[in-house]
Design a protein around this ligand. Structure first.
Ligand SMILES: Nc1ncnc2c1ncn2[C@@H]1O[C@H](COP(=O)(O)OP(=O)(O)O)[C@@H](O)[C@H]1O
Ligand SMILES: [Mg+2]
Length: 311
């Protein structure tokens, strides 16, 4: 049995213009110890998918389907049961440390708070452990840094704080949301290595724009477009032999491939195109693609793609 089994997940936001279907009929399994990358253009629903798992969404959000974690449907848990699980079993390293960290609290105290909450440590123990966690993220002079406020740290150091906070409760399952975004190449490489080392014995959903980082860290990669998954395959297959024309376009955006962005823009999540959601931008669209919504088609070796061309 998979550690996490997401079945027909739909996460919809009511809005004055209609329902925003940010996650639409997503099926996804993550095995124990597996690292799964989630990639796709801005606004396609990646963060909402992560937030749905850990249930950090407004009460007005409509979440349907099943999210089976270690045999239990998370969507059946009440908010108190979910609170106990969050941080301890499943943790999320939030996107954008600058807005996610509390600007008026020392970073060491923010990590210590998680440790008190989830590990039952007292104030002194939590503070000492927070410094240890920071040191484990390879922040130089961790003791001094722990007493600083977020604005005194560089972008890379803030990301390390986010990682220390996310892992403080020793979760079995980690959701990392764009952990390398906005970092320079050298810092990015260090953070990739850190994430790889610190999640060695955990499962992870890593949301990222950075295909190279996903290739370095992840076993499999899921490609998301307009709220749904278009391709799920081994990292090697996605990077070197993608089947879906959207994935092919995305991979060709890699700097090493000359940065050819896919022409056109993402469709509305309220009223997505009929047929294949990608067909208006697809260089290989056929007649059927305008009329029929392609199912996930199983290719060889357990790879899947939602495209009539991938059989
Ligand atoms: N609370 C909300 N209410 C309405 N729409 C939302 C809300 N949160 C996110 N969305 C919409 O859901 C879509 C997916 O967002 P998100 O998951 O943040 O995208 P990304 O793939 O860039 O992480 C976007 O169109 C966004 O505007
Ligand atoms: Mg996001």
């Amino acid at each position: 049995m998979a550690m996490l089994d997401i079945i027909n997940l739909r996460t919809y936001f009511p809005s004055p213009d209609g329902l925003v279907k940010a996650v639409d009929e997503v099926d996804l399994q993550i095995e124990s110890n597996e690292k799964l990358g989630l990639i796709g253009e801005t606004g396609c629903g990646k963060t909402v998918l992560g937030m749905s798992i850990i249930r950090l969404l407004l009460p007005s959000t409509r979440i349907m389907g099943r999210i089976i974690y270690k045999g239990k449907n998370l969507l059946d848990l009440n908010s108190e049961e979910m609170r106990l699980l969050r941080g301890r079993e499943i943790a999320m390293i939030l996107q954008n440390p600058t807005t996610s960290l509390n600007p008026v609290l020392k970073v060491g105290d923010q990590i210590a708070e998680v440790l008190r909450l989830h590990m039952g440590l007292d104030k002194e123990q939590a503070k000492a452990k927070a410094v240890e966690m920071l040191a484990a993220t390879m922040i130089p002079e961790a003791r001094m840094r722990a007493d600083q406020y977020p604005h005194e740290l560089s972008g890379g150091m803030k990301e390390r704080v986010m990682i220390a906070m996310g892992l403080a409760g020793q979760p079995s399952f980690v959701i990392a949301d764009e952990p390398t975004k906005g970092l320079d190449a050298k810092t990015k490489a260090e953070i990739v290595k850190l994430i790889r080392d610190m999640t060695a014995n955990r499962s992870m959903l890593m949301i990222t724009h950075d295909l190279a980082a996903a290739g370095d860290i992840c076993d499999r990669i899921a490609v998301m477009y307009a709220g749904e998954l278009l391709e799920v395959a081994t990292a090697g297959a996605i990077l070197r032999d993608p089947c879906h024309p959207y994935t092919q376009g995305f991979v060709h955006c890699l700097p090493s491939q000359g940065l050819q962005p896919i022409p056109g823009s993402s469709p509305s999540l309220i009223d997505p195109p009929l047929g294949c959601r990608f067909h208006p931008r697809c260089p290989r669209a056929m007649d059927i693609c305008k009329k029929e919504h392609p199912p996930m088609i199983k290719m060889n070796k357990g790879n899947f793609a939602r495209c009539f061309l991938c059989t």
